[in-house]
Structure formats: C-alpha cells, structure tokens
Design a protein around this ligand. Structure first.
Ligand code: 5GP
Length: 196
C-alpha cells in the first residue's frame, strides 16, 4: 500500500535497527481518516472472501483494535463482523471462562498472557486476525492458538506493517497460514526504512 509506505517514511521514526515508531498516526494518536483507508485496503486484500464467510475479526489489545474496527466496517458498514480483542490485563470483571495462552513481547521483553472469554470466540466461527505489526510473530501465533483452542476456523491474518527481517511472516506462512501485509519492511539501517 503505497500510501502507507509514504506515511511511514514521512511520519514514522526508526528506533535502532529493530523497530519503527508510528505513534503519530497509528498507535498512540490515530489518524482516523487514514485508518479508514487501511481498513479498506485490508478488506481489498481479502476481497475473495465474502462478508458472510467472516464471523469475527480478532486482534490483540490495544494497538490492533482501531485497524480491526476499520477493517470490520470495510467488510460491511451496515453489518460489520464483531471485533474481539485478546486482553493482556486480567480485569476483575472478566469472570468468564477464557481461552488463554502466553506470548513473548519483544517490545516489552517479557512474557505476556493473552485471553479471550470463551463466549466471544466459539467453535466453528470463521475468524480473521488483524494486527498493527508482525515482527517475530509471537502476537499473531498467540492469536492463532486462541482460535485453535476455541475450535474456530482461521480465515487469514491481515497485518498493517510486517518487518520481514524478524521472521514472523515466514513462521506463519510456513504453517500454511494466509498472511496479507500492507507494507513489508526489509531493513531499518541508519534511520532509513527500506520496503519490499
Ligand atoms: P511480534 O509478536 O510479531 O514479535 O510483535 C508484534 C507486536 O509487537 C505488535 O502487536 C506490536 O504491538 C508490537 N511491535 C512489534 N514491532 C513493533 C514496532 O516496530 N513498532 C511498534 N510500535 N510496535 C511493534
């Protein structure tokens, strides 16, 4: 998605050789109009899948929520698939039974539990996973695990920014998972971001 690559170049900030900060438009302050474009592009990438073949869009809190909602609206503004997000914190109000797994967070350098109330991810549901970044693939693989635990069916994984050099995309694609990434970064060197 050229618009996204241009925006990463103009407003993104390389952090060392491993990370990109896109907090001015994607995951701290949100450019809502741009987010709608991202949702529309995610929908286009899965354009062969009709609305009635996607029961739910799944993401991980918190930065994936905005793009998951935009993608849901792009599927059908009048009847969007519900967005469910895996929770990292365990709120006292989450008293239901949950699907649960642990993922390694490379941004936080620690293991994080993610969980979804069983009532929001059910056997047989067709699920599209959406997230902001795909780096080492831990978050996406954790979400896939929750889908498997639930006995739901994975339709694919839609990613806004994939960093190819961290191997998460390869990990998922090797398992036969369909991964669509709107921008794929090959390298971050001396503050310069190079795309595929
Ligand atoms: P993974 O689990 O694939 O290693 O990392 C994916 C998660 O880590 C994403 O959900 C995202 O929140 C965070 N993340 C990974 N790389 C970056 C990055 O370069 N910039 C930002 N802002 N977040 C990242």
């Amino acid at each position: 998605m050229q618009l996204l690559k241009d925006r990463i170049i103009s407003d993104g900030v390389a952090v060392g050789t491993e990370a990109v900060k896109v907090d001015s438009f994607l995951n701290h302050q949100i450019d809502v109009g741009f987010m709608a474009e991202i949702g529309a592009e995610l929908r286009r990438r899965f354009g062969d899948i009709p609305r009635d073949k996607v029961d739910k869009i799944l993401t991980v809190e918190s930065s994936g929520i905005a793009m998951a909602c935009s993608a849901a609206t792009a599927f059908d503004a009048g009847n969007p698939p519900p967005v469910v997000f895996a929770k990292k914190e365990l709120p006292r109000t989450l008293t239901d039974e949950v699907w649960f797994t642990e993922i390694m967070s490379f941004t936080k350098m620690k293991m994080t539990a993610i969980r979804i109330a069983k009532k929001f991810l059910c056997p047989g549901e067709r699920v599209l996973i959406v997230d902001d970044f795909l780096a080492h693939g831990q978050a996406a693989a954790g979400a896939v695990k929750l889908v498997e635990q639930a006995g739901a069916e994975l339709v694919g994984v839609g990613i806004v920014i994939e960093k190819a050099f961290q191997g998460g995309g390869e990990l998922l694609r090797k398992q036969g998972i369909r991964v669509e990434s709107l921008a794929i970064i090959d390298a971050i060197e001396d503050g310069t971001i190079t795309f595929q």
